[in-house]
Ligand binder design. Structure first.
Ligand code: MG
Length: 244
């Protein structure tokens, strides 16, 4: 794992074969730094979680690979559910404020975090964004993470639920290749099902692979672009907000 941004790299997944390596000292140093980064993040995440609880806000951490359709899912959700559920959004991208602009155009308040070289959001960034966003009590805060199937799963943001958006253009073996991310999800939204006639993707096989790594999580099949299957997703979000 990279000590700067938390992502996995070759050094970090280095397999120790029992021999002394010239970089042994560096490896040890890297591990300590990673532990410090994650411990520091855990403290900020605890603060965020307490902040949400005091206001009866429920927070979702939405993750996916780049281009799976997180923002499109949120835009339709805000347009169609906005009168029943108060939603505001923290957007994470390496650069640009394009996604926050899309969210605002759909009718919800949004704050954009630009992470620069970092491949994920961390709890400290989210805490600062909340000071600007100032979400209403008893509302829903959606945190759209940086598109990446590895690093974001390591960083607790203080959220109540983790949502993983996957799409039919990505291949049905993604749950097996990125098990940590799929295992960490409370719900998986399989997006772009309108493209199924045009791609070589078997949804049943995807679901079987997903169940191998995460049997209890919720599963939704949708087309955020066309609107298929969104009702079940809305019912789930409303049941989460109603249970507060
Ligand atoms: Mg996006």
């Amino acid at each position: 794992m990279c000590a700067t941004c938390g992502c996995s790299d070759g050094e970090a997944v280095h397999v120790d074969d029992g021999h002394r390596h010239p970089h042994a000292h560096e490896h040890g140093h890297t591990v300590r730094l990673e532990q410090d980064i994650l411990a520091r993040n855990a403290a900020f995440a605890k603060d965020n979680r307490a902040w949400f609880r005091r206001r009866a806000i429920f927070a979702l951490n939405v993750m996916s690979s780049p281009g799976a359709g997180k923002t499109t899912l949120l835009v339709r959700t805000i347009r169609e559910l906005g009168d029943r559920l108060s939603i505001s959004v923290i957007e994470g991208d390496q650069e640009t404020a394009r996604d926050a602009d899309r969210i605002r155009a759909a009718g919800a308040p949004a704050v954009q975090i630009r992470t620069g070289t970092a491949c994920h959001l961390d709890a400290h960034m989210v805490g600062h964004a909340l000071e600007t966003l100032r979400p209403a009590d008893r509302s829903c805060v959606v945190i759209e993470n940086v598109g990446n199937l590895i690093c974001p799963s390591l960083f607790d943001l203080g959220e109540e639920r983790r949502i993983l958006v996957s799409s039919v253009t990505e291949g049905e073996d993604k749950p097996l290749k990125y098990p940590h991310m799929f295992r960490a999800a409370d719900a998986v939204v399989l997006n772009k099902v309108d493209l199924l006639p045009h791609v070589d993707f078997n949804p049943d096989r995807f679901l079987r692979h997903f169940r191998e790594v995460n049997p209890p999580a919720r599963f939704f099949s949708v087309s955020a672009a066309r609107g298929d299957g969104m009702g079940e997703w809305y019912d789930w979000l409303l049941s989460l907000s109603g249970s507060r």
